[in-house]
Design a protein around this ligand. Structure first.
Ligand code: ZN
Length: 405
């Protein structure tokens, strides 16, 4: 709470001291509605249409990146919009500001700050629920689970009162969680064994001995809620009604969830593909090919013929083509034949070597000691969860560079 207050006061104070003409305005927070566009936002706020039409093409394209459900901020004086800040991704936002009789728009960085947090807690109901309940951060819970996915069987091995500890970095913006958590190290104390994951500078998790925990040629291409349909050679199709094979795995996930290349390879298709809607196909080594269907958007940077690294973002979850709801259809082909992706996701292993390994082991050991002592002492950082707070911000009307970010 103190951090939150001092952060908010920081904004107020800096604006107080840098401006002479002050007035009170109300800041509100809203969600970008499905189907809302920058143009309809302008109409709603009585911003002349020509402001939109005069924008450079690049800015109009940026405006297409605004995702529905996105939280954005507006500052009004009475009914007049003075400023708006609309994020287009974690780091960039559109800043719309009143400028005399008209309005301007520019893209500016999103100001956020990050802190290292430490959490330790006993399991009471489930790992996911307990982390979410304790920290108010369900993304942290799913990243934790996916980090241990290859070393812990969450259904069978976890028992009540097993202890877990996490050291992670969290971004905050306006007193709320922002973006994704970055887990540095974590442990689960099972009945007869303690499991650890340590993030290496390559962005992957390793165990204490430096063995990679992403032992796959192919990794799961998204953080998903559940598998809504498994691979099968014949099933009743919910739209077509007749039985046809389901040549892949369907991962149910909210619209706009990022989709990542399951392995490194060459993009051999990126575009509309019949019932699969917006689709990307990647050719990997050893005759493997992956297909990503029903995407909401294919990232603009993804083009046929290019090479992508494993984990490269290629698009987002949607429901294009023949689809009953937002999900990723993930197809895997071995030498042209569809195979069950779930059986092929764990293939290769990798280890750190020599000097890199030595350095890693030193870091891993210090994380291990910290996690162990956090569990022994029940150490937990002060957590400030998301808050529904309305803000009053003081701004100088004549100086558009003072933004509320
Ligand atoms: Zn499917």
């Amino acid at each position: 709470m103190n951090k939150f207050l001092s952060f908010t006061c920081g904004i107020l104070m800096s604006l107080f001291f840098t401006n002479q003409t002050l007035f009170a305005a109300s800041l509100s927070e809203s969600k970008w509605e499905n189907g809302q566009t920058l143009l309809t936002f302008f109409e709603k706020n009585k911003i002349p249409q020509k402001v939109y039409y005069n924008l450079p093409v690049e800015d109009k394209e940026l405006a297409d990146e605004i995702m529905s459900g996105q939280t954005f901020y507006t500052l009004h004086d009475g009914n007049t919009l003075i400023q708006a800040l609309i994020p287009i991704n974690e780091d960039l936002q559109l800043h719309i500001f009143k400028k005399g009789d008209t309005y301007g728009m520019q893209s500016i960085p999103v100001a956020h700050f990050s802190e290292t947090m430490e959490v330790s807690l006993p399991i009471e109901s489930s790992v996911y629920e307990d982390i979410t309940k304790y920290t108010g951060d369900n993304l942290l819970a799913s990243y934790f689970i996916s980090g241990f996915r290859s070393s812990v069987d969450f259904k069978r091995q976890i028992q009540k009162d097993n202890k877990i500890a996490i050291i992670y970095e969290r971004k905050y913006r306006l007193g709320k969680y922002y973006g994704s958590p970055n887990i540095k190290a974590a442990t689960i104390n099972l009945k007869d064994e303690n499991k650890y994951i340590i993030k290496h500078q390559d962005g992957n998790f390793y165990d204490l001995k430096g063995n990679s925990l992403s032992k796959y040629l192919l990794t799961v291409p998204l953080t998903y809620k559940r598998i809504s349909s498994h691979f099968s050679s014949g099933r009743k199709h919910p739209i077509l009604g007749y039985k046809r094979p389901h040549l892949g795995t369907d991962y149910a996930a909210p619209r706009h969830t990022p989709i990542y290349a399951a392995g490194k390879g060459k993009v051999i298709f990126a575009g509309k593909k019949g019932g699969y809607g917006n689709t990307v196909i990647i050719q990997h080594d050893d005759g493997y090919r992956t297909l990503y269907g029903h995407m909401h958007k294919i990232d603009k940077s993804i083009k046929t013929g290019m090479y992508v690294a494993q984990g490269r973002k290629i698009g987002s979850v949607g429901s294009t083509g023949l689809s009953t709801g937002p999900h990723l259809h993930f197809g895997l082909y071995k030498n042209g034949n569809a195979v069950n992706p779930q059986k092929y996701l764990k293939i290769a292993t990798s280890k750190l070597k020599e000097k890199e390994k030595e350095e890693f082991l030193v870091i891993a050991n210090s994380y291990k000691n910290k996690l162990d002592s956090n569990i022994a002492n029940n150490t937990t950082s002060e957590i400030f969860k998301s808050k529904d707070t309305s803000y009053v911000v003081y701004l100088n009307q004549n100086n558009s560079s003072n933004s509320i970010n």
